[in-house]
Write a protein of this length. Structure first.
Length: 543
């Protein structure tokens, strides 16, 4: 069994013996990438096994080949260095596709959108740059033969593209179902029909692909269906004319692929939260974020669980890893734990055993972990705040028309734009990602508030807080710790609103918020916490 895992600041590939759960080898492949609580469900980055070789990608943009038997690194390429790839919002995510003697990758770079490598050497066979396709996204590249031409399909930042497998030449593209926040789903192909689901308010699009005698391809949209698919988990199974998946609240759905209509009535499963699924032996195997796994009947009539189990010592999480079924065994990963269950009919098994592993002890390589040019310090990832949470944060701060609101790490600019639009005040966003800054400025114009807002392409730690009345934050604890001295120097009466993570304490004592509010977002179904402080910041006297 091959998997990825973080340990004390580094990322490892682990090889685990299938029969016993013992670790066979471990290989450090790079530094850990700090994650928001939802990032890991965007980019699960499963390794690809091909004979005696294993291919994996890292969140900072490396693709590497390891010897499957020993873990020896055979070759490595860097997307930023070799293809001028810019780091996507939630880090790089690519699933290397083995096709014959080639390895197909989608670096989404300024010099190459998709690339074919010699799988043995890592040398480039062909590379193609697709104009305005954008950076890489979070689904997998797939192969298909459509109209007699073998091609590779990948859902990049600006839309779905398909290239000729022989030389990488662009055959066709479809941009209508792309989300400005993230594209997280893998295209599904049945004959000459391509089904393209997506989250973040996007839909299920059914596309008919055809070609003329000169192999000039065209795409005709058959329908679009509003599915409310989960934005973080690409949990789709296509069986004949049906598509199984989950809504963003973890509710299972079955769609008729002929027209996109729902076949199942709404029924709440045993598990709760986001979910993943796989298909094997004529059944669906599901796993919810609550730690509940289920065996589900494949039926067009209704959702029917044939059996359930709850993982022991479940670790709370916001997402679920995909179940794996092979050789009569079911493998379920629960954050840092891996469970193996027997599902072979009539097989008796002994009491479950916990495998005690020696600690990972490979020496760290001398590798710089300082921020790169254009990255936050400390490194950060962007996770958008749901719009209803944004509005609640601003309602707690109660900005006046004469106030200035500043959002540190403004992402796509939604808090800044909402402050100006709802309260008529001036608002400023600090954001290092130039792509997000440009997108924010476009959205400000669309919302008619471009005269009230400013987006600065600067490090949030360099923000001028002199004349600010409201500060909004959605930052990781380490960033808040770095920012705290600057917040303590602000003039009295400034409102500080933080989403999800509280400000760190002083001298080991927690800060006392004016208010702490918990709310369930209707956008993502998750529970969110909002904190409000008024300067000067005070230690909680009760502690």
């Amino acid at each position: 069994i091959y998997t990825l895992s973080y340990f004390e600041g580094d990322e490892f590939v682990l090889a685990i013996r299938e029969q016993t759960g013992e670790r066979v080898w471990q290989r450090r492949i790079g530094p850990e990438t700090p994650m928001g609580k939802l990032m890991r469900w965007f980019s699960q980055r499963s390794p690809t096994l091909d004979g005696d070789r294993l291919y994996a990608t890292t969140a900072d943009g490396n693709c590497l080949c390891l010897a499957a038997e020993t873990g020896e690194e055979l070759w490595r390429i860097s997307y930023p260095e070799q293809f001028a790839s810019r780091k996507p919002t939630w880090g790089f995510c690519d699933y290397p596709l083995v096709d014959g003697d080639r390895l197909i990758i989608a670096p989404g770079g300024d010099t190459a959108s998709m690339v074919a490598l010699d799988k043995l050497t890592g040398k480039v066979v062909w590379q193609t740059l697709i104009p305005d396709a954008g950076r890489c996204a979070y689904g997998a590249t797939v192969s298909a033969e459509i109209a007699g031409v073998r091609q590779y399909l990948s859902f990049l930042e600006k839309g779905l593209v398909s290239v000729n497998a022989a030389d990488g030449r662009l055959l066709w593209r479809y941009d209508e179902n792309a989300s400005p926040i993230a594209n997280t789903y893998t295209p599904l192909i049945h004959g000459a029909t391509v089904y393209l689901p997506n989250g973040y308010g996007a839909v299920l699009a059914a596309l008919q692909v055809s070609a003329d005698r000169d192999e000039l391809f065209s795409v005709r949209e058959l329908y679009r269906a509003d599915t409310m698919f989960d934005a973080f988990e690409d949990a789709t199974v296509m069986l004949e004319n049906r598509l199984f998946s989950f809504r963003k609240t973890g509710i299972p759905v079955c769609l008729d692929l002929k027209n996109g209509e729902l076949l199942w009535p709404v029924k709440r499963p045993s598990g709760t939260g986001k979910a993943a699924m796989t298909f094997a032996d004529g059944k669906l195997y599901t796993l919810h974020a609550s730690g509940h796994a289920a065996l589900v009947e494949v039926s067009a009539d209704e959702y029917e669980e044939k059996g359930t189990l709850l993982l022991p010592d479940h670790q709370p999480s916001h997402g679920a890893t995909f179940p794996v079924v092979t050789a009569g065994r079911l493998y379920l990963r629960d954050n840092d734990s891996l469970y193996c269950y027997s599902i072979r009919r009539g097989e008796l098994v002994a009491a479950p055993q916990t495998v005690q592993q020696p600690p990972l002890s490979l020496p760290k390589l001398p590798e710089a972990t300082a921020p790169r040019p254009g990255e936050r310090s400390p490194r950060s990832v962007y996770v958008p705040t749901p719009q209803d949470v944004v509005e609640k944060m601003l309602a707690l701060a109660e900005p006046q028309k004469t106030d200035i609101v500043i959002d540190l790490g403004s992402g796509d600019g939604r808090i800044v734009i909402a402050a100006a639009k709802m309260y008529g005040c001036k608002a400023i966003g600090y954001e290092l990602d130039m792509g997000l800054v440009e997108s924010s400025r476009v959205q400000a114009t669309k919302n008619g508030v471009d005269e009230l807002v400013v987006f600065e392409a600067k490090d949030l730690f360099d923000a001028d807080l002199t004349n600010v009345q409201v500060v909004t934050l959605y930052l990781l604890p380490k960033q808040l710790e770095t920012l705290l001295p600057k917040l303590r120097q602000m003039k009295p009466g400034v409102k500080i609103v933080a989403h999800q993570f509280p400000l760190p304490g002083l001298e080991g004592l927690p800060l006392e918020p004016d208010m702490k509010v918990e709310m369930q977002s209707t956008e993502d179904g998750d529970l969110h916490t909002i904190y409000l402080w008024t300067t000067p910041l005070k230690v909680d006297a009760r502690k």
